[in-house]
Design a protein around this ligand. Structure first.
Ligand SMILES: [Zn+2]
Length: 462
């Protein structure tokens, strides 16, 4: 049943233009995905809702947009060069690589540094070589001449861009503790095991906040952020039975973290292992990380102070003292949020012996707010009027005009992509200047004047 739901989501995403396989006409590039017309609207709406809640509506958080390429010293200071790796074993026959813990699931007695030839490949009859360290950062080179170019990494997290701008922010905005920086952007990790549709990919987008606090306030602020972020998903419509918090055990904390709690969603697929916060853990089927909220302590600022030679301490005017703030980091995945909202909104019901599929997305997230449909498309004056209404509404909402089918077919299509309202123009409209407005969830219809449509939608949607 659950696996079946996942198949339905993947199929809907392709059929209606939410998410396509990357480079599909070339046979695809494994685990890359492209967002189509509805997918990009949904994704943008999720990012906008996050930005609104965390930057626009708060007085203590400033937005940023940092470069993907950073000085290589950043990744030495951050610990990524030294610590950000998987231990993998390569098959001598099919050359596939497997994480040690994948192999351990089949051969529990394996220890790293064991002998060659003791473990069969998980996918063919070849043998696995010794475990080797494999850094998860994507390498590239900067500079036009091969031999003079320098090694650069595509950032594996957006966080570091905010840490290295700490001084710039203090000098330009003079914020007082506690305050935060927020950023949405792409990050890259050379994952060995990817999969479950868009859940784990090598290229992904993060929504991250770095919230600087006095060390003695860290525990309290961590608890506040866990609540705030948990409620954000609920407020946007995720069902409470599908969302939970999970505190990390000491053994799965990242090298920099004092504490970390994940917000998990009950996905309709199995998640046997997880890489989050660089820790590994076996999971019950389904529950997997949407977002992690960590207390990163003063690790990052101290490291960057040491490696850059700059003083990155905060100066307290009142107490006349300098210290390194602690950092609370709520870090969420945009692509995972898109997937969770899609799955949670998927709804099937029987209407007159037929199955109606509806994406019951929250009004702020629905890719299209209103569709304008002519009842008789072969009557030019009806189509013209519908197009004109659509054009007027486009100034205020994501609105579309669609005349490519019978009205039943058009409604079904809009329900499947989560369009909040359908406005139908018919013969009667030409006489009484009224249209039919249909509600996506209740399917109830109301007849209102054309001149009232915009106000009606503003009242319901904003
Ligand atoms: Zn093999």
């Amino acid at each position: 049943m659950a696996e079946n739901l996942m198949d339905k989501i993947v199929s809907l995403c392709k059929r209606r233009g939410f998410i396509f396989q990357g480079s599909e006409i070339y046979g695809g590039l494994a685990n890359t995905w492209d967002y189509g017309p509805y997918g990009v609207e949904l994704k943008n709406n999720i990012k906008r809702a996050w930005w609104k809640a965390n930057v626009q509506e708060r007085n203590d958080i400033l937005g940023m947009d940092c470069a993907i390429l950073m000085h290589p010293g950043v990744w030495e200071a951050s610990g990524h060069v030294e610590n950000f790796f998987d231990e993998v074993m390569e098959c001598n026959k099919c050359k596939k690589r497997f994480k040690v813990e994948q192999v351990q699931q089949k051969y529990p007695s394996i220890t790293t540094g064991g002998g060659v030839g003791k473990w069969k490949c998980l996918e063919c009859d070849g043998e696995l070589g010794l475990p080797r360290k494999f850094n998860l950062m994507f390498k590239s080179s900067k500079g036009s001449l091969e031999d003079t170019s320098s090694l650069v990494y595509l950032r594996p997290e957006t966080a570091q861009g905010m840490f290295v701008n700490f001084l710039n922010i203090l000098d330009t905005k003079h914020p007082k503790l506690p305050f935060g920086l927020a950023q949405i952007g792409k990050a890259f990790r050379n994952e060995i095991t990817t999969g479950n549709f868009t859940f784990r990919t090598c290229e992904f987008e993060q929504m991250e906040i770095e919230y600087f606090v006095r060390p003695q306030d860290a525990d309290k602020k961590l608890a506040e952020w866990i609540e705030a972020r948990f409620n954000w998903y609920l407020d946007l419509g995720i069902k409470s039975q599908n969302l939970r918090k999970r505190q990390h055990g000491k053994d799965e904390l990242a090298h920099y973290a004092h504490a970390c709690t994940d917000i998990e969603y009950n996905f309709p697929f199995g998640t046997s292992t997880s890489l989050e916060c660089h820790g590994e853990s076996s999971r019950t089927v389904g529950w997997a990380e949407l977002e992690g909220i960590a207390n990163r302590s003063d690790f990052d600022l101290k490291q960057h102070a040491q490696y850059s030679g700059k003083d990155l301490q905060y100066f307290d005017d009142l107490k006349k003292e300098k210290f390194y703030p602690y950092i609370i980091e709520p870090s969420g995945g945009v692509d995972r949020a898109v997937l969770a909202f899609l799955i949670d909104a998927y709804h099937e019901e029987k209407v007159k012996e037929e199955t109606r599929v509806v994406l019951k997305l929250n009004k702020d997230l629905a890719p299209t707010k209103v569709a304008i449909l002519p009842l008789l498309r072969n009557r030019p004056e009806i189509a013209e009027l519908a197009k004109k209404i659509s054009q007027d509404l486009k100034k205020s909402f994501t609105a579309i005009y669609d005349d490519t089918g019978s009205i039943g077919k058009l409604y079904r299509r809009q329900d499947e992509v989560g369009t909040f309202y359908c406005v139908t123009v018919d013969v009667q409209t030409l006489e009484d200047k009224q249209v039919t407005v249909r509600d996506r969830d209740t399917m109830l219809q109301e007849r209102i004047g054309i001149d009232r449509v915009k106000d009606y939608l503003v009242e319901k949607l904003i």
